[in-house]
Design a protein around this ligand. Structure first.
Ligand code: FA5
Length: 348
């Protein structure tokens, strides 16, 4: 085959392959094959040396023309490929699935829930188990079994929301629990000592609200029953709780108090977080805020659930939750916790 025919066949093959299309890699392979240093065209140009001057002129001119044509065809194919790649990148940009999502505004637990979680975990670390009980309760558990039978004057000490529902067959009446103490009875009815529980929950009292009183608030009940439990265990446990929650620099005060279901009874107060004991509007000038009622479980309560009060003794406490973050953070009005003002809530 003469060189002219070879050049024509080479041109047809090269342009045919290019027209078939392909990706960047196949285009580069094409360039190496037809325009590279070891290409067939380069071989032909090298072989010109063995030709006569006329032939060299003619074949040289044809080879150069073919090289120029192939170069031009390569550039066009390369540009087409680049343009195609750019337009598909543009299309991807409009729905770039690799972009991070738009963050949703993130909330956090209400300060009362935060305090409840923190308090519960302090007690669980001391070996107490967390339980919950019903908010709609029978007067039997809320009063009778807590040493406050019908007509007992202490039943009137907290004004109660009674439910407009008929009593059950045993004559028990329904109410919104006024404290978490009914869970003492419910737990001891089903479990024998040793018992160590804390019971967080909401309670309701029909009373006016002010800077330290709400009509719906949260309490956490504590109960420990075992052989040989004494008032020293009660004081030690609650004092340790106060140290862990408020820090070691906050003073704690125990005083005598009366609750029909404990004997003896006590209240624990913590130094006011706003005035640090000097007296202010929040603490009513006393420098202290009462956070819990407590005492040694009354023998009548133990015997009522069939626990031998000569063998076993126990302590119980009921802490008001809202007053706790109020004390720690120095909040001036308990009602702020339920005002739903995000500027206030975001500070916790
Ligand atoms: C009781 O509710 C008893 N059941 C506590 C108890 C349990 C005593 C076990 C002995 C043994 P008291 O009514 O004092 O006690 O309430 C307990 C705590 O709840 C108070 O110290 C206070 O921190 C909080 N508290 C009481 N009333 C309110 C109120 N209206 N608003 C907010 N917190 C309150």
């Amino acid at each position: 085959m003469d060189i002219k025919t070879q050049l024509e066949e080479l041109k047809a093959k090269a342009l045919g392959e290019l027209a078939a299309g392909g990706d960047g890699a196949s285009l580069e392979a094409w360039r190496v094959r037809y325009l590279g240093k070891k290409s067939q065209l380069t071989e032909i140009l090298r072989s010109l040396a063995g030709l006569s001057i006329e032939e060299r002129k003619e074949v040289g001119a044809l080879s150069n023309t073919l090289k120029i044509e192939l170069d031009a065809a390569f550039k066009i194919a390369e540009e087409t490929l680049l343009a195609r790649a750019a337009s598909s990148a543009d299309a991807k940009d409009t729905i770039d699935i690799s972009l991070p999502g738009r963050p949703f505004p993130r909330g956090h637990l209400h300060p009362v829930c935060q305090a409840l979680g923190e308090i519960s975990s302090i007690f669980t670390a001391m070996g107490f188990q967390v339980l919950e009980g019903p908010e709609v309760e029978w007067d039997y558990y809320n009063f009778d079994m807590l040493n406050m039978p019908k007509e007992h004057p202490a039943r009137a000490a907290t004004d109660t929301f009674w439910l407009d529902a008929p009593p059950n067959d045993a004559g028990w009446k329904m109410l919104l629990r006024t404290h978490t103490s009914p869970m003492q009875v419910r737990t001891m009815e089903k479990n024998r000592p040793p018992i160590r529980i804390v019971v967080p929950g909401i309670v309701h009292r029909y009373e006016a609200t002010d800077a330290t009183h709400l009509s719906m608030f949260s309490q956490i009940e504590g109960l420990a029953v075992d052989e040989g439990i004494s008032m020293a265990d009660l004081k030690g446990t609650l004092h340790e709780f106060a140290r862990r929650f408020f820090g070691t620099d906050r003073r704690v005060r125990f005083r005598c108090d009366f609750f029909p279901y404990v004997e003896p009874g006590a209240e624990m107060a913590v130094e006011c977080g706003v005035c640090r004991g000097d007296g202010c509007r929040l603490c009513g000038g006393s420098g202290w805020i009462e956070v819990l009622g407590a005492g040694m479980v009354h023998p009548n309560v133990l015997e009522g659930v069939g626990i031998d009060s000569k063998k076993y003794s126990g302590f119980a406490f009921g802490m008001g939750i809202e007053r706790i973050p109020l004390l720690r953070a120095g909040v001036e009005d308990i009602r702020l916790f339920y005002g739903n003002d995000l500027r206030f809530l975001r500070q916790f």
